[in-house]
Design a protein. Sequence first.
Length: 502
Amino acid sequence: MKLELRGITKRFGSLVANDHIDLAVRPGEIHALLGENGAGKSTLMNVLYGLYQADEGEILLDDVPQRFRGPGDAMAAGIGMVHQHFMLVPVFTVAENVALGHEKVRRSGALDLGAARAQVRAVADRFGFHVDPDAIVEELPVGVQQRVEIIKALARDARVLVFDEPTAVLTPQETDELMSMMRQLRDEGTGIVFITHKLREVREVADRITVIRRGRVVGEASPTSTNAELASLMVGRAVELTVQKTPAVPRDGGLVVENLRVRTDEGVVVVDDVSFEVRPGEILAIAGVQGNGQTELAEALVGLEGHVTGSITLDGTELLGASVRRILDAGVGFVPEDRKVDGLVAGMSIAENLVLDRSDAPEFVRAGTLRRGALDDFARDRIEEFDIRAQGPLTPAGTLSGGNQQKVVVAREMSRDLKLLLAAQPTRGVDVGSVEFIHNRIVEARDAGVAVVVVSTELDEVVALADRIAVMYRGRVVGIVPNDTPRDVLGLMMAGAQEAAA
């Protein structure tokens, strides 16, 4: 089935999110839609999927104009969408999520979940997925939840499939599996729209590339284009794809972690006897495949874990057992790995989110009353400084693109006087221009004498930022190595196949 978008325009007040965009997707091809965060990629696909109504333009399937009044119409026409933020009911089973909205009932009127289970098994077998139809979705790893989204779309006979930033929350191994599945779908004749800002993935899997910047198509590119060429087309300027930094000059003091152990509520040890130190003026990157204790380690450092033993000191002050408030007041900045869950209040404005951890500061509050003008001025300065794409300080944070939400979190944490910056997955779901900016700010914090801990599953990011690298496997640090350690050695350490040489 051939898909064509002609002259699609979508406005939100004075903001033109899509400006007369043309896009064609042929059967049996992967068409990558590349652009910065806030460029209009997701808005365009939400128009296609019936979530938004275009102000101008038309959608055609096999040259026949369509009008989708909602996602149900789009699905009935053969369009499926795998959303960046999963559209699943967490407390439902896999089969119940697949059946939702397309329920089959027996003659008795009872829901026929057997049919949904059979659909799940059929699609899972087709792609070699390991998905239990009766598993509760919220208990599944993120990568498996994404497979459930894909099964939902394929169970409804989607002939055009949209992947909206599908690798933003996946490990490298899960990303490779997804790429293989996309190729299989393409070879079976499915047309695929692949929305992303990750250049390596585009060059690896795309047949054609359309680049959008600030709501408009600025050109088409070939998968043989270089990363630098694609990045320049996306951002509209030359982008430095490598981190420029001088050798670290560590100072005395900083963070010292000794014999740290974290247990779950059930008593399972997830961080096992971890010790390391990070001095002011250096970056320690913690590498590892997702799920090896990095999340729990980061949360323990800021007081978010309940069952922790050992010692955490910052400039000689013990922080273990302290409240999150006291830890932040001690000069700790925290960029959490999940901005939607731990980093932002979606219904609050950008301005309000920028002062969540200092809403009682005298510059913003006087005699118990919020100084709205001071808050808005502060927010406008941060919006400009961090290039947050929004209409203004009063824009709800939840309406921003994922990358711009991340910029709000980074702006908040880096606009305070810090002794320690803890950044977990700081550029997850962020485009190349924003990656460059965030990386530079992290290096600037290091050079200003801040001790920096970066937790990342992206090996490129680890190698680019780190002065030293601590590799975690199954809750333990298997070694702390220099930043020039070969990648194959780091990969073996991350897989638990090798420890650092003594």
